[in-house]
Design a protein around this ligand. Sequence first.
Ligand SMILES: O=C[C@H](O)COP(=O)(O)O
Length: 249
Amino acid sequence: MAPKPLVAGNWKMNGRRAELAELQAICEGVSKGAAGSAEVVVCPPATLIGEAVKAAAKTVGIGGQDCHAGKDGAHTGDISAEMLADLGASYVIVGHSERRADHGETSEAVRAKAEAALRGGLKPIVCIGETREERDAGRTLDVVENQLAGSLPDGATGGNLVIAYEPVWAIGTGLTPTVTDVAEVHAFIREALTARFGAEGAKIRVLYGGSVKPANAGELLKVANVDGALVGGASLKASDFLGIAKVYA
Ligand SMILES: O=C[C@H](O)COP(=O)(O)O
């Protein structure tokens, strides 16, 4: 049986309290069935998580965009998985390419964060994906294989881990891979997950991310082994985000 689809929005470093109105509109849409069979999650900046959890009232899940590997301690500016869970978050994105690039996060660091998420009771959404140069050099599957091997926690199950395949060159650019390319990479990821986690690997949701919009969601999300989307820019506007989620309605 195919895993329950997941449509997750990553607001990145966007959003003030006023934008909780968009979250409210997303929740209203979801409660009226706009996302059909899909689970919907919004990952606002950490500053809004507490209020977002209250506003969402469990209609949609709320997630963080990063967490520290530790639980508490002398780490100025960092936030632990336990702190996010304490606010009512249920997911956390780890290893987004923007963090890998801006903060030099290695796959080893990402794995430690994913383990921390599980320890804190959150479901990590582990991001992987190749750069333009790596794709042009024909190294996409090697990069994906190495990132999976390095970033994934042991003991993952369909219920506690999500993968997001996000080609770096497709993020925020309006460019997307062909459906054939998406199918190839997602099939490869599925194979790697089942090799590592056995039957659970077939249940782990593998999201596609990178310039997903209402106009292309239909074709991208229907590709085999694509179990949903991680949406950046289009998750900031309720009508666009719901326009993507309605693929599952
Ligand atoms: O986490 C989301 C992705 O980076 C995709 O961003 P985008 O939809 O703005 O391309």
